[in-house]
Design a protein around this ligand. Structure first.
Ligand code: ZN
Length: 302
């Protein structure tokens, strides 16, 4: 046998070995409802898990319309991880379309939900609770614990790995929470208020003390009324609110109009409900929180 053929035979043998059952680790297929959750699953699951998001980077999960291809992905997944708290209004229909057998993991299980429109005096068309619990970094430790438990139940031989990954990631979340608090502390108290498109930052406000005011409710499926917009404009003028922010999942035109009519500056873009692609400023949850923090602090302290 020539040396080349010998090498080829060895390669073939190696290929057969690694593809035989038991020799290769088969990855656990997980579907996450949106990009932020997919990032959390990736951090807890590591190499053992193959995760994809139904609603990808830059897309709005509030108004998502699942396709038959999405139903197939759900049917093939071992676990379907969702936020819950009414965020995925399309979930029940999708699970039914997928044959009804999906194992659904609610990542916010055990968290105390914030009431929709809390303190903002606005109508919230059919939404009782605010689903954006991930905007408080401490809450994400509950997401991580729920994801860890679900992965360990689906794949018991990976339990120790999931435990180690979850502990390491939770330590990063603790550090991130501290970082947010100290950055907010540097913003003069009177300037800690901003305007955003939709009411996605209520948990951030409650945890860290920046006041967010939004013309649109906790979902994006209904337009703000002319009255809501007029009220916001007079509030900005009365309270001298320094900045308005755009959101990656919302139409920028309303905020641009409000900025023009009030003289408030546009402070930048905040990432509320979706990450960016890998080459954007918020490709992971941790980078998203950091980006929002830098953007807020930059606009409110200058
Ligand atoms: Zn939202």
């Amino acid at each position: 046998m020539s040396r080349l053929r010998c090498a080829f035979a060895a390669l073939l043998a190696a290929t057969i070995l690694t593809s035989s059952p038991g020799a290769a680790q088969e990855r656990i297929k997980v579907i996450a409802s949106f990009s932020i959750l997919a990032d959390l699953v990736k951090n807890v699951g590591g190499e053992r898990v193959d995760v994809a998001a139904l609603v990808g980077p830059g897309s709005d999960a509030h108004v998502f319309a699942p396709t038959p291809a999405d139903a197939r992905k759900v049917a093939e997944a071992r676990l379907v991880v969702v936020n819950g708290l009414g965020f995925e209004g399309w979930l029940d229909r999708l699970v039914k379309a997928a044959g009804g057998k999906a194992t659904v993991v609610v990542a916010t299980k055990g968290l105390k939900a914030r009431k929709a429109g809390g303190g903002h005096d606005q109508q919230d068309h059919g939404h009782d609770v605010d689903p954006h619990a991930w905007q408080n970094v401490a809450n994400v430790k509950t997401y991580v614990a729920n994801i860890r438990a679900a992965l360990a139940a689906a794949d018991p031989s990976g339990a120790a790995a999931y435990q180690a990954n979850a502990a390491a990631y939770s330590a990063k979340l603790d550090a991130l929470g501290t970082e947010v608090r100290s950055a907010v502390a540097k913003i003069p108290a009177a300037r800690r208020k901003i305007i955003t498109n939709h009411d996605a930052f209520g948990y951030f406000e409650a945890a860290y003390g920046i006041k967010f005011i939004a013309p649109q409710g906790v979902a994006t499926d209904s337009e703000p009324s002319a009255r809501d917009v007029a009220r916001i404009i007079s509030q900005i003028k009365r309270q001298k609110i320094p900045a308005v922010f755009l959101e990656n999942v919302s139409d920028p035109r309303l905020m641009q109009r409000i900025a023009k009519e009030t003289g408030a500056k546009i402070g930048g873009t905040l990432y509320s409900d979706a990450l960016t692609e890998a080459n954007g400023p918020a490709p992971t949850y941790i980078e998203m929180i950091r980006h929002n923090l830098t953007t807020l602090a930059g606009a409110l302290t200058s």
